[in-house]
Design a protein around this ligand. Structure first.
Ligand SMILES: [Fe+2]
Ligand SMILES: [Fe+2]
Length: 201
């Protein structure tokens, strides 16, 4: 995807411009993480029938766009559909995905639901995630720079069955929060319940 320009129906800025903005907004370490997530997502999408490689690339590049943003920037989006005032109690770990999606929509003209939802939900997962949403959700978790305990298992699962990798990330993320004595954003539990009930059917 590197040399190719984005499809203007998906995003209204060029790849170069997006990379420039990312580099200016994000710490070097995070910028490199974003590039690795893109590489991982594109590789995954190429191997998954029905996945969209270009959407995987765009969603990956956008996903942490707002990771270093302030609550002040978030507050500009108070009227956006889906804005949840509870986000403020859970910190940027929870709202940076939604904020990136809202910026992508308002500032970069992204209207594609797969991309917007993939970005919005990349931290906690979403209801009835599509293939493209699952790709970003998992790629962010297993990109080659990740070193947490269990990442090898996640990579192995992702190789064989995307849903198993989604399942693993959802569970491990909640376990990790509980283990470290942190509060869990209620939607995380609701999404986990919805996912698990449907998976057990
Ligand atoms: Fe993120
Ligand atoms: Fe990320």
């Amino acid at each position: 995807m590197k040399a190719k320009e984005f499809n203007p129906n998906l995003i209204h800025i060029t790849r170069d411009e997006l990379l420039k903005q990312l580099q200016a907004r994000l710490a070097e370490k995070r910028f490199k993480h974003v590039l690795r997530v893109e590489e991982t997502a594109v590789k995954m999408a190429k191997n998954l029938p029905g996945a969209d490689v270009e959407k995987a690339s765009i969603a990956a590049l956008l996903h942490d766009f707002a990771k270093d943003d302030s609550v002040k920037h978030l507050s500009l989006f108070k009227d956006y559909p889906g804005y949840d005032p509870r986000w403020l109690d859970y910190g940027s770990a929870i709202w940076h995905g939604p904020l990136a999606a809202m910026i992508a929509n308002r500032d970069f003209g992204v209207t594609d639901e797969d991309i917007l939802k993939a970005v919005w939900n990349h931290t906690i997962g979403g209801y009835d995630m599509t293939l493209d949403q699952k790709v970003l959700f998992v790629a962010d978790y297993i990109e080659p720079g990740r070193t947490f305990k269990g990442v090898d298992k996640a990579r192995e699962l992702a190789k064989n069955n995307l849903d198993d990798a989604v399942d693993y990330k959802m569970k491990q993320s909640i376990i990790h929060l509980v283990d470290s004595g942190r509060i869990v954003y209620p939607e995380t539990i609701n999404i986990y319940n919805d996912w698990t009930a449907k998976r057990n059917k």
